[in-house]
Ligand binder design. Structure first.
Ligand code: SF4
Ligand code: SF4
Length: 340
């Protein structure tokens, strides 16, 4: 299938087609004066003036909280009630950024690793990710430093490139994307026209060398080097970086309710919280904040690449933007790129 033209004025038809059939259409929209991915019912809600939405779209595949089982305590014992995964027939993630789309590979690898988590895979399988290549960025963007591109197609079903006229040249990347486009001939036109806008390329961070970081992290002798305490001394353990990160996936299972009935819920958790690895005995193997920060860095640049061959960091820059103490992961990457 060749490239197609998606005129901006046809986005309304696109939204209506999904919503009227009971599907969910997620797109960047204004929420509390910030652009964030959220469900939209009408094309007038879709925001096009953004760099990277405040949140990642992982919350539509891996919600911040959801029940996985219900229980009732009876005289005979505990009765468990299965909770059906709530998956829409179709979910469209429109206006994704290439970094966020690429992050789905990381989530998929962890949620299908030793157990297939249908709460995640069900929603991801029902989703069509329509990405818009970046024509704007800021100083926190660094996708190119982790081997991605601002017009890359990793994780996207359809890749859109904006034209000077404000329309989009659409390219189906996967079979799912092709089927989506083929079914919507009233929206995607064959006659492609328009000049593609210039793609934004993040500033090159010459000091970052992923190969050297990976080599340095392999030898766990670095665990107690003073460099970690120096680099992460500012971290206050708020967890904002993990909640905002498109690849962070840690969750906790919590029973909520009362003595007679309740729910077992899967809630987002964060390795930056001091209780994350706290044992019932009171022992905490990551008893200081720099150890918790070191773990997050290890997860991104050692555990993910070694265990899953996927990227633990896609360079979206959210952790830099949201950090209240401005702890910049690229500075740590640069430091770890230096040979000892
Ligand atoms: S956002 Fe900043 S202060 Fe908060 S846990 Fe992450 S690195 Fe630490
Ligand atoms: S670690 Fe930071 S830059 Fe990397 S993917 Fe997560 S939020 Fe984005």
């Amino acid at each position: 299938m060749g490239k197609k033209l998606l005129k901006k004025e046809k986005i309304g038809t696109l939204v209506d087609g999904v919503v009227k059939k009971g599907g969910v259409f997620v797109a960047p929209k204004l929420m509390a004066r910030q652009v964030a991915y959220g469900p939209v019912l009408d094309a007038s809600e879709v925001e096009f003036d953004y760099i990277v939405p405040r949140n990642s779209f992982k919350e539509f595949m891996f919600p911040q909280t959801e029940p996985v089982a219900r229980f009732i305590v009876t005289r005979e014992g505990v009765e468990l009630e299965e909770v059906r995964v709530s998956v829409p027939d179709q979910m469209v993630i429109f206006g994704a950024r290439p970094c966020d789309a690429a992050a789905t590979a990381a989530l998929r690898s962890v949620f299908t690793w030793d157990f297939v988590d249908e709460f995640y895979t069900g929603r991801q399988d029902a989703s069509v990710v329509i990405t818009i290549a970046c024509t704007r960025g800021d100083e926190a963007c660094f996708c190119t430093a982790v081997g991605l591109k601002p017009d890359g197609s990793e994780g996207s079903d359809i890749l859109l490139k904006e034209t000077a006229e404000g329309d989009f040249i659409a390219e189906a990347i996967t079979g799912k994307g092709r089927a989506f486009v083929d079914k919507r001939r009233d929206v995607f036109e064959d006659r492609v026209s328009g000049k593609i806008k210039e793609i934004f390329t993040p500033e090159r961070l010459e000091g970052i060398n992923l190969g050297r970081i990976s080599e340095r992290l392999k030898d766990k002798g670095h665990y107690d080097e003073p460099v970690w305490a120096e680099l992460a001394r500012k971290c206050i353990g708020c967890g904002a970086c993990t909640f905002a990160c498109p690849t962070c996936h840690c969750f906790d299972m919590v029973d909520e309710g009362n003595y007679a009935a309740g729910e077992r819920r899967k809630n987002w958790d964060a390795c930056q919280f001091d209780t994350f690895t706290l044992h019932a005995s009171g022992h905490n193997p990551r008893d200081t904040q720099y150890k918790r920060w070191r773990n997050r860095f290890m997860c991104k640049f050692n555990f993910y690449p070694e265990k899953f061959s996927s990227k633990g960091c896609v360079g979206c820059g959210r952790c830099i933007r949201v950090c209240p103490v401005r702890l910049d992961i690229t500075e740590v990457m640069e430091e770890l790129s230096c040979s000892r």
